[in-house]
Design a protein around this ligand. Structure first.
Ligand SMILES: NC(=O)c1ccc[n+]([C@@H]2O[C@H](COP(=O)([O-])OP(=O)(O)OC[C@H]3O[C@@H](n4cnc5c(N)ncnc54)[C@H](O)[C@@H]3O)[C@@H](O)[C@H]2O)c1
Ligand SMILES: [Zn+2]
Length: 388
């Protein structure tokens, strides 16, 4: 006799008729809370709620480890959570297969199992690398993002795009793998160098420009307090920007549509990063310049009013972000940028997509922008009144 408490599974899957197609199916809906908090205790509370087994493996970088991780581990310990910490060297160089393999080795030799939580605590480099490791280890273990840079909080932590770089291309080896939660502790952002705040702000200005006039105006109003790293202003900024990013990615979470407003500023931005070798110009700085170039292309087509174009460039300027080629932190040859764009055009069957702003909150996607137009916009001088 089988005891009553034994779970019995009975099934009758039919053998299909030979003429019928066989279809593999896997649907799932992922949703996760994005919490914006202030302080280590609040961060530990949120993380504890995401780790039912009471165990975590924290991945961070050495800079963040020295600044913030010990108090977090202690706060988790007080809540009965056992955690291990692995710190990778800071910088884009760590976003590599070799780092990921090292982390996978560590996990393999640890007691971390399928239901334990991997916590990615750091900037975009840590979030992308640890997220990809989480997607691969045991075919995917739960992970939570604890961003410590502004770019991390408003961008990399949300959307489930995880990857490491390859020498052939950035983000070449990756996946879509959603976190079980995001905990943004505003306090962490107060130790960031000003340049990192400004670079992160470029991605928020982008979100305002493509999708939220309200967010754009809020940045204009709060800018001085944000740049002074006032926690109240940063809290408002991260809250609005996170909500905007969530709304935008929810529309097309797996990026089936190539006409993505979120790419605003990124066509020229990526080309600038390529020609400068991903180092001297930060991603946000390249995107800021890319947004100014796209706005000028739009202006020359008569698609955007001079007033709106000025409004964007003025905000970039006030933020201390580059909006003219001579302001990039490296010598950039416009011909090299156009050549890099030409390569992308070739790869994409002759089409180069530009997100062109029409107004604050409205964009158009154009695939007919020519080299001449790009050249003119790249060469545009710094507007009078905005010389630094
Ligand atoms: N997955 C996505 O959707 C997505 C989106 C945007 C960017 N990214 C990726 O993010 C990466 C860039 O992220 P990033 O700009 O955060 O860079 P990063 O992770 O390299 O961090 C920048 C620097 O700040 C330091 N740092 C981090 N937190 C700090 C803190 N609180 N105080 C002081 N210093 C701190 C880091 O050690 C590092 O030196 C890129 O690889 C990019 O591809 C991913
Ligand atoms: Zn970006």
């Amino acid at each position: 006799m089988i005891p009553l408490d034994v779970h019995v599974i009975r099934d009758e899957i039919p053998v299909p008729r030979p003429d019928l197609p066989i279809e593999g199916r896997a649907t799932r809906t992922d949703s996760y809370p994005v919490a914006i908090v202030t302080g280590t205790d609040a961060t530990a509370d949120r993380l504890t709620a995401l780790a039912p087994q009471g165990r975590m493996a924290i991945v961070t970088d050495e800079t963040v480890a020295a600044l913030h991780v010990r108090p977090l581990v202690e706060a988790l310990d007080r809540r009965g959570i056992t955690s291990t910490v692995k710190a990778i060297p800071p910088g884009e160089g760590s976003k590599a297969l070799a780092t990921a393999v090292g982390l996978l080795d560590d996990l393999a030799h640890s007691s971390v199992g399928r239901r334990d939580l991997l916590v990615a605590c750091g900037g975009g480099v840590v979030l992308d690398t640890a997220g990809w490791v989480a997607s691969a280890y045991m075919r995917g273990i739960p992970y939570a993002n604890v961003p410590t840079t502004l770019l991390g909080a408003v961008d990399a932590a949300i959307g489930g795009k995880v990857a490491v770089d390859h020498t052939v291309a950035k983000n070449l080896i990756g996946a879509f793998y959603q976190p079980v939660g995001v905990v943004s502790n505003i306090e962490y952002l107060t130790t960031l160098p000003g340049r990192q705040i400004r670079a992160g702000l470029a991605e928020v200005i982008k979100k305002g420009m493509i999708a939220s006039p309200e967010l754009f105006t809020a940045i204009e109003t709060d800018l001085e307090a944000i740049l002074a790293q006032d926690t109240g202003a940063l809290d408002r900024l991260v809250r609005s920007a996170s909500a905007t990013k969530c709304a935008l990615v929810a529309r097309d979470p797996y990026e089936n549509d190539l006409r993505r407003p979120l790419n605003f500023g990124h066509t020229v931005g990526h080309a600038v990063e390529t020609v400068t070798g991903y180092g001297p110009v930060l991603h946000g700085e390249a995107v800021a310049f890319g947004m100014a170039v796209a706005a000028r292309i739009s202006l020359s087509r008569g698609w955007i009013s001079p007033g709106v174009c000025d409004r964007l460039v003025t905000l970039l300027h006030r933020t201390g972000l580059p909006h003219a080629i001579g302001q990039l932190g490296a010598e950039v040859d416009p011909d090299a940028v156009v050549a890099a764009l030409g390569k992308i055009r070739l790869i994409r069957a002759g089409r180069l997509r530009f997100v062109l702003p029409l107004d604050v909150g409205t964009v158009a996607i154009a695939d007919d922008v020519g080299d001449e137009e790009i050249h003119r916009a790249l060469h545009a001088p710094v507007p009078t009144g905005l010389a630094r």
